[in-house]
Design a protein around this ligand. Structure first.
Ligand code: FAD
Ligand code: NAD
Length: 443
């Protein structure tokens, strides 16, 4: 009989691990338990379903339970793993559909329990009309709420707040974005935040920064947000103030967490317990610029974690090579991409860091329709080592970030960047690529 692999959580990390393991070793019994009603979907697409650009949530599904079954992977939705005994390698599962508990066993266990939104400790968040956005169920609830809603307040101008502000505007809502720090996307440097603020305001989003949200007011249904700067009336409130890893089960069974509070793993996604692996937002990654564990809860990372765990369990050679912290998102007409460390973060880390910031275009100046594009480079003084960077683009071109990410991955310098043979034709770039123009500023 083949060995039994049980996966807890069936979204990006879990679904990737299950599919890869079964593909690589068809003799493995692979079982996925997922607490919610959905598996194997791209949560990253949720803002575009809310905006109406994608007509149905189902479009986000990569593989249905039926498709998994055809591939030999057993998938149980509405099944929550409530306890694991790592000594006996048994688990207790609660079937929410049938309302019953049963036992199962594993040879290999993958913890892919993801992350959860954090709520600020303010009164009123339990009221009707207050939402978070993480899962398909959250998407369903928000889609219903959008019918008839007129005024939305969004707490947090991070990734979700910024993407959903656009979606809500596309649905015709008045939107106020309330950010605790002094700019949108505060984990990056101020030039990028300023460009974002301008773009949001140009599209009718009211942006309040440096604002402390004190309470959500209402009589069981939210009516307004009380803040240090005044009251914002709202019939829909989205709380997008960050997430934390969902480590409850891991901790209860004795899986060690790392310094970030997510599960510590090695390059093969093994935890401290024999036969137990972790993948996705519940797990840490190794940060190649910082040289230490780092929590980067992103979809592409979750897929890579899962694929690595699945391959290793199937007996193949695989390793996860770490992250440099690359991300990209869209806010109306702006594409914002970042990688590595911002100047602020680099200085906080003790690097003798400096930055160059330039404005260029995504095509030759004479080419019709070429659009503005901005590049920030963060580097170490003296060595010229690249530490991070950002590309903000009005048109195409923000994926230039990938050249920086590749250099960061290899520990490259500004000199290495200047030496790159980058692509050029008038519709796509000025003759000096904006990355090279930024690098020249460093000299
Ligand atoms: P999750 O998606 O959190 O899934 C974990 C699953 O485990 C959940 O379904 C949960 O029900 C289940 N579970 C938990 N505990 C148990 C248990 N005890 N028993 C059974 N099941 C359990 N990333 C990007 O890289 N790019 C993007 O553009 C992007 N956009 C995003 C937009 C939005 C709106 C959101 C919410 C996220 C976005 N992300 C993006 C992040 C990306 O979606 C996540 O990194 C990814 O979903 C993580 O997958 P995961 O499987 O680790 O965790
Ligand atoms: P986030 O960490 O990106 O942003 C949270 C924001 O809320 C921050 O700007 C923070 O300063 C602010 N904040 C915190 N407490 C606050 C308070 N009390 N009042 C007002 N503002 C407050 O988190 P998120 O936007 O919730 O997104 C969650 C995760 O989803 C991200 O970490 C990311 O992993 C993922 N995501 C990624 C993408 C992408 O890559 N394109 C898109 C959406 C979501």
């Amino acid at each position: 009989m083949g060995k039994r692999m049980v996966v807890v959580g069936g979204v990006a990390g879990g679904a990737s691990a299950a599919a890869k393991a079964k593909r690589e070793n068809p003799d493995l019994e692979v079982v996925v338990y997922e607490k919610s009603g959905w598996v194997s979907y791209g949560a990253c697409g949720l803002p575009y379903v809310l905006s109406g650009e994608i007509p149905r949530l189902e479009r986000l599904v990569a593989r249905t339970p039926e498709e998994f079954r055809k591939g030999g992977v057993e998938v149980h939705t509405r099944h929550e793993v409530v306890d694991v005994d790592p000594e006996l390698r048994t688990l207790t599962v609660f079937d929410h559909g049938e309302g019953r508990t049963f036992q199962d066993r594993y040879d290999y266990l993958v913890l892919a329990t993801g992350a959860k939104p954090t709520l600020p400790p303010i009164p009123g968040t339990e009221q009707a009309g207050v939402y978070t956005l993480r899962s398909m169920e959250d998407g369903e609830a928000l889609l219903r709420a959008l019918e008839g809603a007129k005024r939305a307040a969004i707490l947090g101008a991070g990734y979700i707040g910024l993407e959903v502000a656009e979606a809500f505007r596309k649905r015709g809502l008045e939107v106020t974005l309330l950010e605790l720090k002094d700019r949108p996307l505060p984990h990056w440097d101020e030039e990028v935040g300023n460009l974002l603020k301008e773009e949001l305001e140009r599209h009718g989003v009211e942006v309040w920064t440096g604002v402390k949200v004190e309470a959500l007011r209402g009589q069981g249904r939210v009516e307004a947000v009380e803040t240090s700067e005044g009251v914002v009336s709202a019939d829909l409130v989205l709380v997008a103030t960050g997430i934390r890893p969902n480590t409850l089960l891991a901790q209860a069974m004795g899986v060690a967490l790392g310094p970030t509070g997510a599960i510590a793993t090695d390059e093969e996604m093994r935890t401290n317990l024999e036969g137990v692996y972790a993948a996705g937002d519940v797990a840490e990654s190794f940060h190649r610029v910082l040289g230490r564990p780092y929590w980067l809860p992103l979809g592409d990372v979750a897929n890579k974690h899962g694929r690595t765990a699945g391959a290793v369990i199937a007996g193949k050679k695989a390793r996860f090579h770490g992250v440099v912290g690359t991300a990209i998102f869209k806010a109306f007409g702006l594409a914002v991409a970042t990688t590595g460390l911002s100047l602020e973060a680099a200085l906080k880390e003790g690097f003798r860091a400096k930055k160059a910031f330039i404005q260029s275009r995504d095509g030759a100046h004479y080419y019709p329709g070429s659009q503005p594009l901005w590049v920030e480079l963060v580097y170490e003084e003296g060595t010229g080592r690249l530490l991070g960077g950002a590309v903000v683009a009005k048109g195409h071109g923000a994926l230039r970030i990938d050249a920086l990410a590749a250099l960061l991955h290899q520990g490259g310098t500004v000199e290495d960047l200047l030496a790159l043979d980058l692509a050029y034709a008038p519709p796509y770039s000025p003759v000096w690529d904006p990355l090279l123009i930024a690098a020249q500023q460093v000299r």
